[in-house]
Design a protein around this ligand. Structure first.
Ligand code: ATP
Ligand code: MG
Length: 407
């Protein structure tokens, strides 16, 4: 038995891995973005898209460290599902408050920072009527700025004033937004409009966001200029080389090694997906008897690996689905791992496309499926979900039609 205290793998959502591999290009892009804005140049805000467990949150956390290292102010938001505009406004206001207070003590604020604090007060009046959030800022609300009630206009006022404050203080502000696909269209539109304005003014304020793949389509719908405002990068599974590194490096730190065949097997099972890599490493450590990992060790660990994935990573997703939604996903799995057209899935369920459309829409809404740019084609947001669902639902059972109009 190896010492469980020394297990160096991190199979937890958002947990910084010991070896953050295969992402050097995106990390370099982010550093370039900050440097360019700091110099007064403009650049596109970053949007990372990828399936569940590929390491989007980890990258945003890494970006936060990078930004802090160069003394930028970091505003981190995680967007809740179906969050109201007021909640979004409050999240932004809290982040802006912290950013302003970190620039200097309110008594020493210079003009632009003071102005931004006033705009923040007006911006938050509706969501913080008793002023608790902005108490202690020592400024009056700035009437007519940030208080119109229209999210896009108010957010634009706030972001522009924050950017100007940062410029005055010779720093920058970076919004790091996770689960961005959960923004409603009005929230997203507000963000797009506000960023559009900060780019026009060449202010040192920008955003790096992460979300499920459908976000590319959503932002496209939000405002036609979003293509010019954002650079989209896909965060995918790790290359074979990066996957090996992600396994080998943590083990090496605790004095363990992999035989090549064991490593090959791990890469094959996980297909390079970071979450799966951490889980296989973790269970391998739990089950191995010796510090040289062999293919047999991987075989032995595999039962534990599957059980842990099934009971956590996969099951939480299935638990969120209704019986009909499960059947829909089971039908998709029946058709194979690649994306499927809505009509094919519907016909396997003995329904017309129209009858099945609400189920599909609800699965997309719950974040279990996303629709790819080819219209009408959907895919699982969780890697290897098709094989999981076949394991727990060996047979495709077609639920009866409830009524003539029901799906
Ligand atoms: N580049 C990487 N190298 C090695 N391990 C990684 C890497 N990126 C992420 N991981 C590991 O993968 C797992 C998933 O990471 P993370 O939570 O960031 O994924 P995510 O894309 O945000 O997933 P979700 O969509 O479910 O929020 C974590 O256990 C993390 O330690
Ligand atoms: Mg995440």
């Amino acid at each position: 038995m190896l010492d469980p205290d020394l297990n160096p793998y991190t199979p937890n959502a958002g947990a910084m891995p010991l070896a953050l591999t295969g992402r050097s290009e995106l990390r370099a892009d982010f550093r370039t973005l900050l440097r360019r804005l700091q110099r007064g140049y403009t650049d596109k805000a970053m949007i990372l898209t990828g399936l569940r467990g590929v390491g989007k949150t980890v990258l945003l956390n890494d970006f936060a460290r990078t930004a802090e290292d160069v003394k930028w102010r970091v505003i981190e938001l995680e967007i809740p599902k179906r969050g109201a505009d007021s909640e979004f406004r409050l999240q932004i206001a809290q982040g802006a408050r912290r950013a302003l207070l970190s620039m200097s003590h309110p008594e020493r604020w210079r003009d632009r920072v003071r102005t931004a604090a006033s705009v923040l007060r007006s911006f938050s009046i509706k969501v913080d009527p008793d002023g608790a959030l902005t108490a202690g800022l020592g400024v009056e609300p700035s009437f007519g700025m940030g208080d119109v009630g229209d999210l896009s206009l108010d957010l634009t006022d706030l972001m522009v004033s924050l950017g100007q404050a940062a410029q005055e203080e010779n720093t920058g502000v970076i919004f790091l937004i996770d689960e961005i696909q959960f923004l409603t269209s009005s929230q997203l539109e507000g963000l797009v409009m506000a960023l559009h304005k900060t780019v026009q003014r060449s202010l040192p304020l920008t955003m790096a966001a992460a979300g499920l793949p459908q976000i590319a389509k959503i932002t496209g719908d939000a405002k036609s200029y979003s293509e010019r405002l954002f650079s989209f990068s896909e965060v995918g599974p790790l290359s074979v080389e990066a996957a090996c590194e992600a396994l080998v490096e943590p083990a090496a730190r605790e004095g363990a090694t992999f035989q090549q065949s064991a490593l090959d097997e791990c890469v094959r099972i996980t297909e390079g997906y970071p979450y799966f890599i951490q889980e296989i490493g973790y269970t391998l450590w739990r089950n191995a008897h010796d510090t040289v990992f062999t293919e047999r060790d991987v075989d032995l660990a595999r039962v534990d690996y599957m059980a842990r994935l099934d009971s956590s990573f996969f099951r939480v997703r299935l638990d969120r689905a209704s019986a009909l939604e499960r059947a829909y996903m089971r039908a998709m799995a029946e058709l194979g791992a690649h994306p499927h057209s809505a009509s094919k899935v519907a016909s396997l369920l003995g329904r017309t496309g129209n009858q099945a459309a609400p189920v599909r829409a609800s699965l997309i809404n719950k974040g279990l499926l996303y629709s790819t740019p080819d219209y009408g084609v959907a895919q699982f947001t969780v890697p290897q979900f098709d094989t999981y669902i076949k394991r727990v639902m060996p047979q495709l059972v077609v639920p009866p039609l409830r009524s003539r109009s029901g799906a």
